[in-house]
Ligand binder design. Structure first.
Ligand SMILES: N[C@H](CCC[C@H](N)C(=O)O)C(=O)O
Length: 282
C-alpha cells in the first residue's frame, strides 16, 4: 500500500490515494491505529483516505490515530489540496472535497510559481448546543461553566463539523493539558466526545492556543480547532473577525467573514512517500 506522509504545521497524516477503496480492509480503524502508531507503525496523528466522489473532485475520509472517524480536518484538507494539485490529479486552483462535514473548497495560493499556502472555506460554524453536539438546554454555549475533576472551566462550544470545547485562560503555558484534556474530551456532556482548545488572547487580532484533539491527544496544530477558537473569540468579545492563531507547530490566519463562513489560510507540506506492507510473523 503506497502512502505519502504530509503535515500541516506538524499535525501529521498518512495520506493514501485510495480511489475506489479497492484493496483497503473493511475495518480501516484498525489499519489507522496500526499505521499511526509512532513505535510499531509509520507514526501520525491520523490516516487520510482519498476516495472517489460523485459530488466533488474527491472524498476525504479522516481517521484519527485511535481509529475513530472525524467529520473534518483542517490541516489535512490543506495537505490534500496541495497533493492533488502538485501531483496533477486535480489541476485546479479551487478543489471540491467531500467530507462528512459537507463539501469544503480549498483554494491553492501561488507565489513565484509554487504553492505557497492553501486557503480553505471551512463553511458556517454550528453554534446551537444540539449541533455541537452537547447535552443541556436549547441555545448556544458561550462562556458556560463546566465541572471537570473538581474544577470549573468556562467553555464556549463550536462545531466546524467536528466538536470543539474552547476555554480562554490567562496563560496557555500553565495549562495541565495532558491532565485536563482527556477529561474534557470524554466529558459526558459531549455525546460524540470533543476536541479541546485552551486559548490566551494576545491582542484583538492575535491569540495563542494549545489543543487536545479528540481521538489523537495533544497535537502541534488543529485547523478546525483554530477556526473554532476564532469564532469563540468573537462570540466572547475578545477578538476581531480576522485573527492570527499561534499554535505550537506554527500559525494559521482565520477570518470569520461577513457572509458567516470561516476561512482558514496556512501551509501544507509533503514529507516523504513509502510503501506499507504488513509482515505478519508466521
Ligand atoms: N481529531 C479531530 C479530527 C482532526 C482535526 C484536526 N487535526 C484539524 O486539523 O482540524 C476530530 O476527531 O474531530
Amino acid at each position: 500500500m503506497f502512502f505519502t506522509k504530509v503535515h500541516g504545521l506538524g499535525n501529521d497524516f498518512i495520506l493514501i490515494n485510495a480511489g475506489t477503496g479497492e484493496g483497503l480492509p473493511d475495518d480501516c480503524s484498525t489499519l489507522a491505529r496500526e499505521m499511526c502508531d509512532r513505535r510499531f507503525g509509520i507514526g501520525a496523528d491520523g490516516l487520510v483516505l482519498l476516495l472517489d466522489s460523485e459530488v466533488a473532485d474527491v472524498r476525504m475520509k479522516i481517521i484519527n490515530s485511535d481509529g475513530s472517524e472525524a467529520e473534518m480536518c483542517g490541516n489535512a484538507i490543506r495537505c490534500v489540496a496541495k497533493y492533488l494539485y502538485e501531483h496533477g490529479i486535480v489541476r485546479k486552483d479551487e478543489i471540491k472535497v467531500e467530507t462528512l462535514a459537507g463539501i469544503m473548497v480549498p483554494q491553492i495560493i501561488h507565489n513565484n510559481g509554487e504553492v505557497s499556502a492553501v486557503r480553505v472555506d471551512m463553511g458556517v460554524p454550528r453554534l446551537a448546543r444540539a449541533d455541537i453536539p452537547m447535552l443541556g438546554p436549547v441555545g448556544q454555549v458561550i462562556n458556560e461553566p463546566l465541572e471537570v475533576a473538581g474544577q470549573t472551566f468556562n467553555v464556549t462550544a463550536v462545531s466546524m463539523g467536528n466538536p470543539h470545547c474552547v476555554i480562554f485562560v490567562p496563560d496557555v503555558a500553565a495549562v495541565p493539558l495532558s491532565e485536563i484534556g482527556p477529561l474534557l474530551e470524554t466529558h459526558p456532556s459531549f455525546p460524540r466526545k470533543t476536541n479541546v482548545e485552551f486559548v490566551q488572547t494576545v491582542s484583538p487580532g492575535e491569540v495563542r492556543m494549545v489543543v487536545w484533539e479528540r481521538g489523537a491527544g495533544p497535537t502541534l496544530a488543529c485547523g478546525t480547532g483554530a477556526c473554532a477558537v476564532a469564532v469563540a473569540g468573537v462570540l466572547n468579545g475578545y477578538t476581531e473577525k480576522k485573527v492570527t492563531v499561534h499554535l505550537p507547530g506554527g500559525s494559521l490566519f482565520i477570518e470569520w467573514a461577513d457572509n458567516g463562513r470561516v476561512f482558514m489560510t496556512g501551509p501544507a507540506e509533503e514529507v516523504f512517500n513509502g510503501e506499507y506492507t504488513v509482515y505478519k510473523q508466521p
